[in-house]
Design a protein around this ligand. Structure first.
Ligand code: GLP
Length: 243
């Protein structure tokens, strides 16, 4: 696992965008695994800028997203499909038909079958990740055991608290989500974790220790052959990370 300490959020997003750009230029038909949440927003803005101003071409790129809330229509402004359109797809020349976000409404079992089939057929070149305050990746919540494939998760109370800021009230936050499993994440050829935002210190600290802990799913990155973790200098200082 490679750790990159950036001086601030802007630099971190530019460095993360460099990784995506290198892959898209190397293989214009690659599949990107994408994530929602505030952490990757700056990277998406930078990629949008590079597409518009520097000709970074997404026209043949495919994508598959980590997760989706159960119960939100794609048109709901807090659905992850809406987020992806709003923060990235509407600003780059990707063909939306080549982008996949699991369906949050309709028959859950059918949606999971489709999600797993898409994942089985995808060779994800880079999986973008953020981390929850409890160390969750996608919506893989901490537990004694973790899932391999895509599945339905019951969200932890701390995750509902963390994501309540995006909804009118805490009660509006969905209680369930469909998410890639840890196996799906680990099978991507490269992992790119952007640690940003408040209350990430505990998860970041655990990640820097030589331990794999299912109670902090982010620690599984240590097992991956090509995982890159980005954090800001301020967080590195806070957790006493010296490199
Ligand atoms: C949600 C998403 C995760 C994301 C996490 C952190 O729970 N399912 O994929 O990493 O939030 O979000 P943020 O980057 O907003 O802190």
């Amino acid at each position: 696992m490679r750790v990159v300490v950036a001086k601030d959020y802007k630099e971190m997003c530019a460095l993360a965008a460099d990784e995506i750009e290198a892959e898209v230029r190397r293989d214009p038909r690659c599949t990107l695994g994408l994530a929602t949440g505030s952490s990757p927003v700056g990277m998406y803005q930078e990629l949008s800028r590079r597409c518009k101003e520097e000709g970074l071409d997404f026209s043949q790129v495919h994508s598959v997203n980590l997760d989706e809330y159960v119960g939100l229509e794609p048109s709901h402004d807090q659905s992850y499909r809406y987020f992806m359109n709003d923060n990235l797809f509407d600003h780059i020349n990707i063909d939306k038909a080549n982008t996949y976000v699991a369906k949050g409404v309709g028959d859950v079992e059918e949606n999971l079958r489709e999600f797993n089939a898409v994942l089985d057929a995808s060779d994800v070149a880079i999986q973008v990740l953020g981390v929850g305050p409890d160390g969750h990746l996608g919506f893989n919540e901490p537990g004694d055991t973790l899932y391999d494939g895509a599945h339905k998760e019951v969200l932890d109370e701390s995750t509902i608290d963390a994501n309540a800021r995006f909804f009118a009230t805490r009660d509006d936050v969905p209680r369930y989500a469909l998410t890639m499993g840890m196996g799906n994440i680990m099978r991507a050829r490269k992992l790119l974790l952007i640690i940003s935002g408040s209350k990430k210190d505990a998860a970041a600290k655990l990640l820097m220790q030589d331990r794999i802990d299912p109670h902090c799913p982010a620690t599984f990155l240590r097992l991956h052959r090509d995982a890159v973790v980005f954090l800001e200098q301020s967080l590195a200082d806070e957790i006493g990370y010296k490199g």
